[in-house]
Design a protein around this ligand. Sequence first.
Ligand code: 13P
Ligand code: SF4
Length: 322
Amino acid sequence: MKDFRLPDLYDRVRQIIPAPDWMLFEDDIEAILALKSEKNAVILAHNYQTPEIFHGVADIVGDSLALAREAVKVDADVIVLAGVHFMAETAKLLNPEKTVLIPDTYAGCSLAESITPEDIALLREAHPGVPVITYVNTSAAVKAASDICCTSGNAVKVVESLGVPKVLMIPDEYLAQNVARETDVEIIAWRGRCEVHELFTREDVRAMREAWPGVTILAHPECPPEVVAEADFSGSTAVMSDFVGERKPARVCLLTECSMSDNVAVNHPAVEFVRPCNLCPHMKRIDLRNIREALENGLHEVTVDPAIAEDARRSVERMLAI
Ligand code: 13P
Ligand code: SF4
C-alpha cells in the first residue's frame, strides 16, 4: 500500500476519502498544519465543510451556534473561518481585536441575501413594539437592526426567552414556521429561504422510506414544514450529529447539505447513511487550496463597519447569554 505522509490522519477518514484523493490533499494539509503554528492561527469549520477540511485541518467544528460560542474562547491571533461570510462576520464581532480571515469572499448565503436593514425598518413600522429575532444567517447590518439573534439550535429557547406573545422572526420563513409549531408565541415570518434545504420535498421523504426500509430520517429546520413533519426528527446540524451518536440508528438519512453525512459517518462506521443530499454552492467555495492561501497571505480579512459593530454584537451576545 502507498506510504502516506499523514498516515494517522488518513486512518480516520479512509472510509470516506479514497486514497488517490487523499494523496492530492496531503501537500496542502501539511502546509496548513505548519502555517497554523507559524501564524498562531485556528481554523473554525462548519459541519458542511468537506471531510478533508473538517477532519484534516480544522481545530473547532460545529453548527452555527457552536462556532459562535467557540469564537469567543479562541486564544489565537488569527481565525480562519471555513464556512460562509456571515459566520466570519460573527466571529469578527466577537473578536474585534483578532484577525479573521475568510478564504473566499464570495461564500455567501441565500438567507443573508434575502433581507436588508431597510426591510427591518419597514417590518417594525408595520408591527410596532414587536421584537425582531434574527437568524444568524444574516449580515452584521441586519443583526444591528435586530433585537436578538438565534440559530437553528436555540430558536425556540430564544423566542420563549423574550416573554412576549408575538415576535418577528427573520429571514428564514421555513425555520420560523417550524419553530411556530413548537411554541405558543405568535411568529411573523419573512420570505427568505435556504436554497439548499428548500429543495427537499415531502415526496422525497416518502420515496426514501419505500426505497430504504427502516431508515430514520432527520430534517434540518430550514427544510419546508411538510418535510419536517414527515421526518422522524429535526434539529440543527449539531443536534443531528448528536442524534446519530446517541441513538445509533442502523440506517439514517440526513436531509441537509452533502458533506454533513460524510463528516458524521467518519465517527459512526456502523451506521448506514442514505444520501439524497443537496450541495451548498457557497460552502463549497472553501477548499484546502484557498485555506492555505488565506494563511500564507492573510487573505481575506473580514471587517465590520464600526458604526454597526456594537449593535450587531449586542444582538449576538444577547443570544449567547441565553
Ligand atoms: P446550523 O449548522 O446552525 O444548523 O446551520 C445550518 C446552515 O445552513 C448554516 O448555513
Ligand atoms: Fe445559506 Fe443554506 Fe448554504 Fe447554509 S446551506 S450557507 S443557509 S444557503
